[in-house]
Write a protein that binds this ligand. Structure first.
Ligand SMILES: Cc1cc2nc3c(=O)[nH]c(=O)nc-3n(C[C@H](O)[C@H](O)[C@H](O)COP(=O)(O)OP(=O)(O)OC[C@H]3O[C@@H](n4cnc5c(N)ncnc54)[C@H](O)[C@@H]3O)c2cc1C
Length: 289
């Protein structure tokens, strides 16, 4: 299928991209890796008159440490995140997630900013970024603001970003000592997208007691869901196999999973518990080492 005809303009800075967005209004659309937007245009689900390319903006494709946070530029591609030494060292769960997105081509073109701005309910990065308590930095003509991950994903394919904002970076706290992070995914056998997935960040004391847990589940709703019942079940308890199994079984509690031809709600609820346990166990293994 072919998209409707469109114009193209390459921005050279965030400021220029913001000016172009103001100029083109609803007819303009930001382009990052194009791996969600171009397929949507080919299906005529979206028909912007002008694409404003961010790929030509310098300085949005790097990963650096800053004040106890790992700062990831919005244009950083999935493959760079998966291979990044600081990401592997501090946030291996993020590396897990970036490395199972699509195929090699998708991982070398798709960007973290594009993925979270697109907010596909079957995407990987929103789930692990929820477990990692990330913050999103949005730039508009009037300045920049931070949006906490728990407030960012508001509905199917919808975020807290305003129409005049560009996502410039994603900030992830570097976890406290004794923390392990991990991501586990059941991919759809045809598309590779998430059927159900889980991200976990677990902090343990030397005694083996859990002092903090953030667990997120993907594939059940319009965006990533915090598994609050699972988190509460772990906090303050010794991280034994029995306690982890009982906590993980609550991962889909009080959810109303989105059904499709591949997976009904009961199946998704069950698999959410299985993948929550996998992610918690893998995070705990890393917390111990
Ligand atoms: C074959 C295939 C398989 C895939 N499999 C997976 C998978 O298994 N898991 C997964 O998570 N994803 C998967 N994807 C999606 C992939 O990760 C996309 O790259 C990603 O969702 C979008 O990133 P992008 O850089 O390509 O964004 P684009 O397609 O360029 O843009 C997507 C949307 O975000 C907006 N946008 C982009 N950047 C910004 C910004 N900085 N600020 C504000 N708005 C912005 C655009 O205007 C557009 O609306 C797959 C894609 C393909 C084609």
């Amino acid at each position: 299928m072919f998209p409707a005809s469109f114009g193209y303009v390459a921005a050279r800075s965030v400021a220029e991209a913001l000016e172009l967005m103001a100029k083109h209004g609803e007819d303009g659309k930001l382009l990052a890796g194009g791996h969600s937007l171009i397929p949507a245009m080919k299906l005529r689900l979206q028909s912007p008159r002008t694409l404003i390319d961010l790929g030509t903006v310098a300085g949005l494709r790097d990963i650096r440490e800053d004040g106890g946070q790992l700062v990831i530029g919005a244009l950083t591609v999935h493959a760079d995140i998966a291979a990044s030494e600081p990401v592997r060292r501090h946030l291996p769960g993020l590396s897990d997630a970036a490395s199972v997105i699509g195929d090699v081509q998708v991982r070398n073109r798709g960007t973290i900013g594009g993925s979270v701005a697109h907010a596909d309910p079957a995407a990987d990065l929103p789930v692990i970024l929820t477990a990692l308590n990330a913050t999103f930095v949005a730039q508009s003509p009037s300045g920049s603001r931070n949006v906490a991950v728990d407030d960012f994903f508001t509905d199917f394919y919808t975020t807290a970003l305003n129409a005049n904002e560009i996502l410039t970076e994603i900030r992830v706290p570097i976890p406290a000592p004794g923390t392990g992070t991990a991501y586990a995914k059941l991919p759809h056998p045809a598309s590779g997208y998430v059927v159900v997935s889980a991200g976990a960040a677990i902090t343990r004391q030397a005694s083996g007691t859990c002092v903090a847990a953030r667990i997120a589940i993907g594939g059940l709703g319009s965006g990533p869901l915090r598994a609050v019942a699972t988190e509460l079940e772990l906090q303050g308890k010794p991280l034994t196999a029995q306690i982890i199994a009982a906590a993980a079984a609550k991962a889909a509690e009080e959810t109303d999973p989105v059904e499709d031809a591949y997976a009904d709600a009961e199946y998704k609820r069950h698999v959410a518990g299985v993948y929550a346990r996998k992610a918690i166990e893998a995070a705990l293994e890393r917390a111990r080492s």
